[in-house]
Write a protein that binds this ligand. Sequence first.
Ligand code: FAD
Length: 414
Amino acid sequence: MDMNPDTTHDGLRGGYPPWRQRQRPAARPMLSGDMRCDVLIVGAGITGSFMAEHLSALGHRTCVLDRERPGLGSTAASTAMLLWEIDASLTELTQFYGFERAAGIYRHSLRAVAGLKKLVEACALPCGFHARTSVYLAKAGADPRELLAEHELRQRADLPGAYLDHRRLLSKFSVSREAALVSPGSAEVDPVLLSQALLARADTQGASVFAGEAVSYETAGRGVLVGLDNGHAIEAGKVVLATGYVMPDWLDMPLHTISSTWAIATPAQAPGTLWRDCALLWEAGEDYTYARTTTDNRIVIGGEDDASLTDQSARDDAMPAKTAVLLDRLAGLWPAALARADFQWSGAFGETRDGLPLIGPVPGRPNMFAAYGYGGNGITFSYMASRMIGRMMAGKNESWFQDLAVDRPMPTRS
Ligand SMILES: Cc1cc2nc3c(=O)[nH]c(=O)nc-3n(C[C@H](O)[C@H](O)[C@H](O)COP(=O)(O)OP(=O)(O)OC[C@H]3O[C@@H](n4cnc5c(N)ncnc54)[C@H](O)[C@@H]3O)c2cc1C
């Protein structure tokens, strides 16, 4: 079977995510002459879509450019759990940056999911959004005291959630692990639908979306001249780079690394056989697994990250073995599941040393902003990036923006 009939230009993903069975995003026109705008957003994935919706709502004449159909980069591969919990636990982040800074970042992340929910509800965006509880599971066989310490730190930071020991976890969620943290405030979504809905709203707010590739960026007067692959150019007052895991060569991002990840979706499960509240399940530890359900009662389970396989053909080759491991993990996590893979897919996946994104001015490039560095809660950070960059453009910098700066120093544990 051809595992890869639908790879992107950049080999960002392969296989079949379930979101693609729905509507294919509309192709956008190519630019037929030069143009000017206030803000050019390069990349129309979920990050570019949040950015386009927000910046056009703020009144910027906004233009968006993508060399693929919008939303069909990594966004289409996303399992789209909208967690406020960050890849680095609060304990780890505290070791890097001290408690006050770490707690502040966690609270901003919690507010970002709440803000995203408000946006979806206020604009009635059709995107399969559901508020969800998250269940952060202790790794099988791990010492539960680590999770208890994380819980106590979260309480000190005013973050919501409860600690469940093995017995309470088993009786409430029928999941057999040493312990878990159960927290409100997360959500799930269909990432392709959300990206489309945001772009449709940006369209109605006057944004223009074009097909084309940005190939050069030059400082020009009080803005940036962006050269396109078809020879035309866009002169923009400001440029936001939202190109996902494909960054321009000249951008130096030492905190960031790319690995690969895999996911599968089962057939629809029989009524009444899914876990309590269709919560988002995810595991502590490096070698983690996570699972969610979909509006059509499938289970999506992912993980198995591998930094040694980075090109799409290697990811495709590994797909059968990774699928088998994920099915095995599903059977261990939720023995009642019909453990079969109707959809299997893989994608490039970015991570930073501290689990935090890279958002803000591009060093040495006036009027350019970056919105990068997204890991397991990338979509939450995409939303956050749009709000931060909107404020930066208005000259309203806040001190915590520095915590996510593109050129922040390499973190070290205290
Ligand atoms: C399997 C998997 C599971 C994941 N699960 C989750 C999850 O559960 N929750 C979560 O929050 N996050 C998750 N993520 C991460 C999340 O999907 C990403 O953070 C998010 O999709 C990144 O979106 P983006 O818009 O920044 O990038 P993309 O969606 O890749 O969009 C970037 C766009 O830029 C375009 N582009 C690139 N270069 C140029 C150029 N020079 N000119 C024009 N266009 C260009 C590309 O064509 C592309 O469309 C997951 C990722 C993967 C792969």
